[in-house]
Design a binder for this molecule. Structure first.
Ligand SMILES: Cc1ncc(COP(=O)(O)O)c(C=O)c1O
Length: 325
């Protein structure tokens, strides 16, 4: 029986959903949404804060600042509340209301950037805002998830070894790419361990991370308008780009089987299913995909019919990409 006194001390690291009955895909989904922050970003947040504390740069006077599409912001809010630090999150209009309220409920300040940068999009505009905050007051401490090695190290030390323990015969691992912290931590771990695991990055169409053209993206967490500084493609075996509309259809399909996951989980599963159908059609590969969070935060977006048809068109609700393949 786990008994904790700090919210960041609890995380379910050994829960997998077998997707064969619900999606007819031979894939295990590692669920990272079962902790008090509700997402995988708890690991990166805890790791970056522990590093800043150990270097002595985070003090009682500091105000932690960070750019986040939401989940890291919630995790940092929670840890800051527990440890008595102040926290200011810079997000943008795509951050859902519940996520913003979660941050504010745990005492964080939230700045919302409303205008994307003409070239680097919302992420570029958020980063500009963070730089201005840091320049204006030296108590502001930017952890910078986009460049901080303690982001990927969190997954190198926890997520990847845990998957390796539970799946000694792992063939393929699918990881969504936001900051690429999860991707780089897992990819480095499996490459350095010498195990023959194929690591496939899953990105959204419209993300520039792997060199594609920029485009509209509305599902938070995955993809970037600025190439992530943590990314080293030499560790990644393959990349799949998924249109958001496919991600939404997969998320809906899973919801009808009773599993309500976040939009980026839909992206990762859609990418993984397509890749497996093309590269491992016999269905015998041992494959794992990582689910960053659960679906409740997306009830007013990904799971809202009007939101989906306004953004992607009414046809978005038509067809199930996996079933119709
Ligand atoms: C919902 C969701 N999916 C995917 C990711 C991507 O994780 P990473 O930043 O480690 O690439 C994030 C990160 O913010 C996220 O919040």
């Amino acid at each position: 029986m786990p008994v904790i006194s700090a919210p960041e001390d609890f995380h379910v690291d050994d829960l997998y959903v077998d997707l064969r009955p619900s999606l007819d895909t031979s894939l295990y989904l590692k669920c990272e949404g079962f902790n008090f922050a509700g997402s995988i970003k708890l690991k990166a947040a805890a790791s970056m804060i522990a590093d800043a504390e150990s270097r002595g740069v985070l003090t009682g006077d500091s105000v932690i600042v960070e750019s986040s599409s939401g989940n890291l912001g919630v995790a940092l809010s929670m840890i800051a509340a527990d440890k008595g630090y102040r926290f200011l999150c810079v997000t943008d209009t795509r951050c859902n209301l519940v996520t913003r309220r979660l941050m504010e409920a745990t005492g964080a300040q939230v700045h919302i950037v409303t205008e994307p940068h003409p070239e680097t999009g919302f992420l570029g505009a958020r980063l500009d805002h963070v730089r201005q905050l840091c320049a204006s007051d030296d108590r502001h401490l930017w952890l910078n998830q986009h460049a901080n090695p303690y982001n990927w190290l969190a997954h190198y030390r926890t997520t990847a070894p845990s998957i390796a323990t539970h799946f000694p015969d792992l063939d393929v691992l699918f990881v969504g790419a936001g900051t690429t912290g999860t991707l780089m931590g897992c990819a480095r771990y499996f490459k350095e361990s010498g195990r023959p695991v194929t690591v496939v990055a899953v990105d959204s169409v419209g993300s520039v991370t792997f060199g594609g053209p920029p485009g509209l993206r509305m599902i938070p967490g995955l993809g970037a308008g600025v190439r992530p500084q943590l990314l080293d493609e030499s560790f990644v075996d393959d990349v799949v780009h998924v249109p958001e509309v496919e991600a939404i259809r997969v998320a809906h399909r899973l919801a009808t089987a009773g599993f309500l996951f976040g939009g980026s989980t839909g992206t990762v599963i859609a990418g993984a299913s397509g890749w497996l159908a093309e590269h491992r059609p016999d269905g015998r590969a041992t494959a794992v995909a990582i689910s960053p969070d659960l679906g409740e935060r997306y009830l007013d977006s990904v799971y809202q019919t009007n939101w989906v048809s306004d953004i992607y068109g009414a046809h978005a609700l038509d067809r199930d990409p996996i079933r119709s393949r």
